[in-house]
Design a protein around this ligand. Structure first.
Ligand code: 1CP
Length: 358
């Protein structure tokens, strides 16, 4: 099949629209639920598949990315959404940086940005529809293969989080090298952030045009900033992205989610940054979050992922307590961060059923 010419307007009809309804603030029959990192190493079928294929090879091959995206959907009929299998680090790759996925270590960028002169190494502007066409093709293919069972979420890392990986060369306990840039080279940091804002915006627009029905922006490294650095460096990019994406999509806009992990200090601002949904991590009390964001956005979250280590009864009870605090309106259930590789898929089922039976 020629994926480029696959019709974008003849997708199978959506049979489960709870997620989209909740995102738009409409009433739902049951609370929609999905799980961050729902396709991944906690699933034996993923580990089996992964032993045969390189991580980024899977991301770059639409048929393989589609197959992995569908694994949790086939296994858990209670899931109300799928999320395209990819990684936030495809953006540094599109900018010309090498990213390797090392087993047991995670992502490694062997040639990180060290000083502002290194910005010249980035290949910018980027033609995202060309460099990341494989993601768009994976999305279009997956929309067909889902057969309308659940909506498909597209995603991107947010600029500050991507900047962190590009400077640290991988994950970091402190983000001190990238925070050093913010203090030592604020103008050059803003230059890098604006490059990323532009690429991320184009990338999200491309995903929606390819068939993504909701777009989530992961600001996973917000927890390293406080309100001052976040408001000066990260938040303006987050705002620009929602504005650009919505402007470019026009009548074809899709709901958007901002998940800024650890940004409890900025919930009021995030609620006004142009996103329909604000994701919260498990350190935030749901009732307090609702007070802070007001009634015009949908909240998403936020069970402590480690609650999946509890026995079934305790897990169901804690899940019900969480739902009681969020309420049924303008709410999408999820964990407060991604599921961990050593978690038991059976617990996922307990969690999903506890949400739907509430
Ligand atoms: O179903 C899904 O959600 C899978 C798709 C997905 C997503 C949404 C993957 C696959 N990665 C991501 C996003 C992502 N990647 C984020 C944002 C979400 C979050 O905060 O968890 C981040 C920070 C990354 C970067 C990344 N990629 C890490 C974290 C490293 C660190 O220490 O900071 C890791 C471990 C990866 C690898 C990765 N990405 C995805 C999978 C399944 C894996 C495991 C790799 C493997 O199979 O070896």
């Amino acid at each position: 099949t020629d994926l480029h010419t696959m019709g974008q307007h003849d997708f199978p009809e959506l049979k489960n629209d709870r997620l989209l309804k909740a995102a738009k603030g409409e009433a739902v029959d049951k609370i929609p639920v999905w799980i961050m990192r729902q396709a991944g190493r906690y699933l034996p079928e993923f580990r089996e598949f992964r032993s045969k294929h390189d991580f980024f090879k899977i991301c770059q091959t639409p048929e393989l990315a589609c197959e992995i995206t569908l694994q949790p959907i086939d296994r858990f009929p209670e899931l109300d959404a799928s999320i395209i299998f990819s990684d936030i680090l495809v953006i540094p790759q599109a900018l010309g940086m090498t990213v390797e996925m090392r087993p047991g270590v995670g992502p490694v960028l062997p040639e990180p940005l060290v000083s502002p002169e290194d910005l010249a190494r980035l290949k910018f502007p980027v033609d995202v529809s060309k460099e990341l066409s494989y993601v768009m093709e994976a999305i279009t293919l997956t929309r067909h293969k889902l057969r309308g069972r659940v909506p498909l979420i597209g995603f991107s890392g947010a600029p500050w989080t991507l900047m962190g990986y590009m400077i640290e060369g991988g994950g970091s306990k402190t983000m001190s090298k990238s925070k050093k840039w913010l203090y030592e080279h604020p103008a050059e940091s803003k230059k890098l952030l604006s490059i990323l804002t532009s690429v991320v915006s184009d990338y999200l627009v491309g995903q929606a045009k390819a068939g993504a029905q909701l777009l989530q922006v992961f600001e996973s490294n917000a927890e390293y900033l406080g309100p001052e650095l976040f408001n000066e460096f990260a938040l303006p990019c987050i705002r620009d992205i929602s504005e650009k994406v919505k402007r470019e999509l026009g009548d074809d806009k899709v709901p958007m989610t901002i998940f800024a992990k650890g940004a409890h200090y900025s919930l009021e601002e995030l609620a006004q940054s142009g996103y329909e949904v604000v994701g919260i991590d498990w350190t935030v009390d749901p009732s307090l979050a609702r007070l802070k964001v007001g009634s015009n956005v949908t909240l998403q979250g936020n069970l402590d992922p480690c609650a999946l280590y509890a026995d079934n009864e305790q897990l169901a009870q804690r899940t019900h307590q969480m739902v009681d605090k969020f309420g049924k309106q303008r709410y999408i259930a999820n964990l407060g961060h991604g599921i961990y590789p050593d978690m038991d898929p059976a617990k996922v089922e307990v969690f999903l059923k506890a949400i739907h039976s509430h």
